[in-house]
Design a protein around this ligand. Sequence first.
Ligand SMILES: Cc1cc2nc3c(=O)[nH]c(=O)nc-3n(C[C@H](O)[C@H](O)[C@H](O)COP(=O)(O)O)c2cc1C
Length: 361
Amino acid sequence: MQALMQSARFGELILTNRIVMAPMTRSRSDASAVPNAQMAEYYAQRASAGMIVAEGTAPSVDGLGYCRTPAIYSIAQIAGWRQVTDAVHARGGQIVLQLMHCGRVANHHNKPVGSRTVGPSAVAAETELFTDTVGMAPTDKPEALSRVEIQQIIAEYRQAALNARLAGFDGVELHCTSGYLPMQFMSENANQRTDEYGGSPANRVRFSHQVLAAMADAIGAGRVGLRFCPSNRFNDIADSDPAATFTELLRGLRGMNLAYLHIMRAHSKRIDAFAQAREQFQGALIINDGFEPDSALAAVESGMADAVSFGRHYIANPDLVERIRDGVALAEFDRKTLYSLGAQGYTDYPAYRESLQEDYA
Ligand SMILES: Cc1cc2nc3c(=O)[nH]c(=O)nc-3n(C[C@H](O)[C@H](O)[C@H](O)COP(=O)(O)O)c2cc1C
C-alpha cells in the first residue's frame, strides 16, 4: 500500500497520504445549522485521512434544504466549526469544507422562516425530501433568480469561503454535482434561462466558474477544490449532452490553478470521467465512487489519480488509513443510523486497535 501512504501537495494543501475522506451529510447539526461537539469528535476520529472533506454545508440561509445539515453564514456556525477544525488539527489532520447550496432541492420545513428556495428558473425538482416535521415532502417550487441575485449568491459563496478560513478550515470544495444549485444551472430542465446563464453548455457552466473564481479570489486558488460527477442525474437533472458540459466545465478551469479536482465516476458509460479529467485538468486529481483499498492503490500507482476518496468505508472505519496500511478487514456500516440523531452509528464505530483491546479485555 506504499503508493497510498505517500504525502502530496495539492496547491496549498499538504496531504500526509493519498486517502481522502469524501464529504458525507450525516444530519447531526441542530436546527440552527450549528456544528457541535459530537461532530468534532466524529471528524477527529477520522483525522488520519490525508484530507477530510467535511459534509455539504450551506453558504447562506437560502442554501439550506435538508434537515439538520450545517451552514457557515452565522457567528455561531463559524464558532461551531472551529471546534471541529481544532480537533482535527490537534490530531495532525487536514480538513476542507464542502460548500453546498441546495437551490431548488429544498423543502421549507427544513429551512428557517423567512428563507427562500431559489433556482435558475421557477421549475420544481421532481423529487421528495425527508423533513423532521412532516416526514417525506415534495421540494418547494423555486423562485427564479434575477441576474442581480445570482451575483449576490456568488458573493455569499465568497463570504462562506472566508468564513471557512475563519473557522479554521484549510480550504473549501465547491459541491458541483448531485443536482444542487451549480448543477441546476447546468441542467436543461432546471435552467430555462435565456440570458448568459442559460442555453449553451458554456452559458450553463458560467455560474460554477464565477463561484470558483470568487472563492479563489477570496482565499487563494490553492485552497479551493471542485467536486463534479459528469452525467449525474440525481435530483432530477437533465442534460442531453453531459460530455459537452463536462468539457466546457474543464475548459473554464484552465489557468485557475485550483488546489484539486474531485471527480466521481460518470453515470454514463460513454464518458470516462477520470481519463478526461486527467487529460484536461493540469492540477491534482482525486477520484471517487466504489473504490476498495486494492483498486485505490492501482489507481494511484498507475497515475490515473493523485488520491482516492472513500465515502461509505469511512462511516464504520474511522481509522481507514491504518486499516488499509495494516491490511485489516473493513467494518460494515449500519444504514439505519446514517442520518439519525445521536452518537449511535456516528461516533461509536471503534478503531481496530480499540476493538483488539476489547477482544482481549
Ligand atoms: C451518507 C452519505 C452522505 C453523502 N453526502 C454527500 C455530501 O454531502 N456531499 C457530496 O458531495 N457527496 C455526498 N455523498 C457521496 C459520497 O461523498 C461518495 O461520493 C459516495 O458515497 C461514493 O463513494 P464511496 O463508494 O466511497 O462510498 C454522500 C454519501 C453517503 C453514503
